[in-house]
Design a protein around this ligand. Sequence first.
Ligand code: AMP
Ligand code: ZN
Length: 495
Amino acid sequence: MKLYEQQELKVYNSLTGKKEVFTPLTEGYVGMYVCGPTVYNKVHLGNCRTFISFDLVFRYLRHLGYKVRYVRNITDAGHLENDADSGEDRIAKKARLEELEPMEVVQKYTVDFHTILERFNNLPPSIEPTATGHIIEQIEMIKILLEKGLAYEKNGSVYFDVLRYNQQENYGILSGRNLEDMIANTRELMAQSDKKNPQDFALWKKAEPQHIMRWPSPWSDGFPGWHLECTVMSSKYLGEQFDIHGGGMDLKFPHHECEIAQGQAAHGVAPVRYWLHANMLTLNGHKMAKSTGNNILPEEIFSGDNVNLSKGYAPSVARFFMMQANYRSVLDFSDAALQAAEKGFNRLMEALSILPNIPEAEHSSFSVQEWKQACYDALNDDFNSPGLIAKLFEAVKLIYAGDARKAQLTASDKAELDQAMKAFCFDILGLRPVDALTEGTQDRSRLAGVVELLISLRKRARDNRDFQVSDQIRDELQKIGIQLKDKKDSTEYVL
Ligand code: AMP
Ligand code: ZN
């Protein structure tokens, strides 16, 4: 029996605004698409938060036993400067400024993106398609939309006809916007535009003579609109309808709204069953963003080389900091919060290293089974990682109590706790034990071993009525601050 048959996962679906029981289209399989980065700059910690949030989703679905096909694209063309349909292509602009070929820019920042996510211990997606690798498919989809009368061509560019679409379907279904209100609130001057309506969006743009990223098409030498690539690549690799689509909250409108419209218009079916949106990482209360400069780069976190930081932090510490908040909450970055996360993470890792040393008892004073289900309950509640972490710290308390002989675990409970703690910390939260300040941890567990050896020698001395030796062991340990307390059947100590 697969774990997913025993656990009932609920996810918050942005489309309905409700937590819903997650049931994939095909039993045992999950198709998940997440909008990837536009590779024209180094990823900042805010971008990383979104990808780390979906790594948690990916890891948990896999842990439950699903076979997950996780598709995350690389946007290497078509994303214009101002997110709408005007301005320079972000990659082409960077290529101009850095005097590079656009594909050199793409390569450079794709490599940076992979390197950083690997340091955060993100698992790679199953497929990572690029927009430029799917120009033919994008042209084909535009043809379908034109045939269906839901797109129109003007001066070599092709636009999606939002008003026409809205007569049959609901444009605004995801973001809760109403097209009439949008039209009423539009101040945009339409004089120089080829669009029939400001709400229409580009599927294909004719390239200006200076625009270097261009491909031939039936309409012009040009390039695809930004929203189209995601519809084309998700349907190509996951089908016309698939289970989960994720991305940052800021992509809900217009990007994801347009994806829904394109998919529904082309295939006659809602493309996505569960829309998941990750919330923003802020710095000094404002969204971290490339454009405003209000951001921190991951390499600055690792080195400490940033005015907002007092020192460097290991990748798992930053990851643990993010996991302490639910992925749907805004999270504000601060040095103090990272320091607290470092302490918590080290304590968790230390508890894991102590666990094997605690003695095995006849009975347990803690129900590992109940605790483990409570951990799953947290994760089943829309990937509630802070809830899971609270439960992990209950186990940490128990481990320290066990170490101080104030709590008991049977051998099998101890093994189960060890296995479950490791699964939650490493397989699901994606922490890396090597990132802990383990030196102290190792010293501590060595010291515990030595103290236990001395306690057993002292017991033997007492059994032999050699009180001189037994008292000497107790007194010498007392001198270095380790106090032994004799209980009925055991001797307790605190390091
Ligand atoms: P971009 O490369 O700008 O398209 O962004 C890549 C991903 O990072 C998108 O899913 C964005 O929603 C997400 N993102 C951008 N800024 C932040 C932020 N401050 N916090 C969390 N996610 C962000
Ligand atoms: Zn997308």
